[in-house]
Design a protein around this ligand. Structure first.
Ligand code: XBP
Ligand code: MG
Length: 254
């Protein structure tokens, strides 16, 4: 069997619960700043998450929910959406800087162990490079972006997840084959993206994704677990491990 060489991590929902408590309130703050009466509740945001990409999500909301729109939005919708998205990212960065969005259980530990074990690390995400780096800086520490050989992010590929393009991009940049990599994802869109690029995935679900379809995933877990905070296995064979470590990743490969 081919040895694992690299771990590829999704960001939003996987490294941290950024969606409910990060992007969502940041979108709402941007709407309010623009004088809009739009309010993306926790529930509504769960539905809108089916659309990957913040700009794409705003456009979908305008097209399908008929919210009130200022004249400028009708005049130049692209610029209107871009302006809202920029403001959202400004508020998002502020939430991160305030330390309001911690990493999920086991994330720091596994990244550190993987580095010690000489595994190569990469990121594959729909969000922008700036958002990724801000999250890494404020959680893992400044310069932690260097831990990742490739940060495949945002608009670098034309088709966002669930298209496999962003995973193809990351593997091409690392000159690796799918069998040499393991992916960490939290959502069906992310899982499908990795699967259709030929990759095997460990899924850590969250409040928004626990009922998604992850058929074919290597493992589905509630989180990566810690020595004092065991993970729950939702599906797959975790070799009785209490948490995901490099040893378990190697066993999964056998
Ligand atoms: C999640 C997404 C993103 C974020 C918001 O991506 O779909 O759109 O919700 O980020 P992933 P942007 O889980 O692949 O990281 O506003 O920058 O798009
Ligand atoms: Mg995600």
């Amino acid at each position: 069997m081919t040895q694992i060489v690299a771990l590829i991590f999704d960001v939003d929902g996987t490294l941290a619960d950024t969606e409910r408590d990060g992007h969502r309130p940041a979108f709402n703050a941007a709407f309010s700043e623009a004088g809009l009466d739009w309010d993306w509740s926790v529930d509504l945001y769960g539905k809108l998450l089916r659309i990957t990409g913040g700009k794409e999500r705003i456009r979908y909301y305008i097209d399908h929910y008929s919210p009130s729109l200022p004249a400028t939005a009708l005049h130049n919708p692209d610029q209107f959406i871009m302006g809202l998205h920029l403001a959202k990212n400004r508020y998002y960065a502020q939430l991160l800087a305030e330390g309001r969005i911690p990493l999920r259980p086991g994330v720091r530990r596994l990244l550190e162990e993987a580095r010690t074990a000489g595994l190569r690390l990469a990121i594959s995400t729909t969000t922008s490079p700036d958002n990724v780096i801000a999250l890494l800086d404020h959680t893992l520490g400044s310069d932690s972006a260097r831990w990742f050989e490739v940060i495949a992010a945002g608009d670098v590929v034309p088709a966002k997840k669930p298209a496999p393009d962003i995973y193809h991009y990351a593997m091409h940049a690392m000159q690796l084959e799918p069998a040499q990599c393991l992916v960490f994802e939290d959502s069906e869109n992310g899982f499908r993206s990795a699967r259709d690029a030929g990759l095997r995935t460990i899924v850590t679900v969250n409040e928004y994704t626990h009922d998604h379809d992850f058929s074919g995933a290597l493992l589905v877990l509630d989180h990566l677990g810690e020595p004092q905070h065991s993970m729950q296995v939702i599906s797959g064979h975790a070799h009785d491990a209490a948490y995901v470590d490099v040893d378990l990743l190697r066993k999964l490969q056998e």
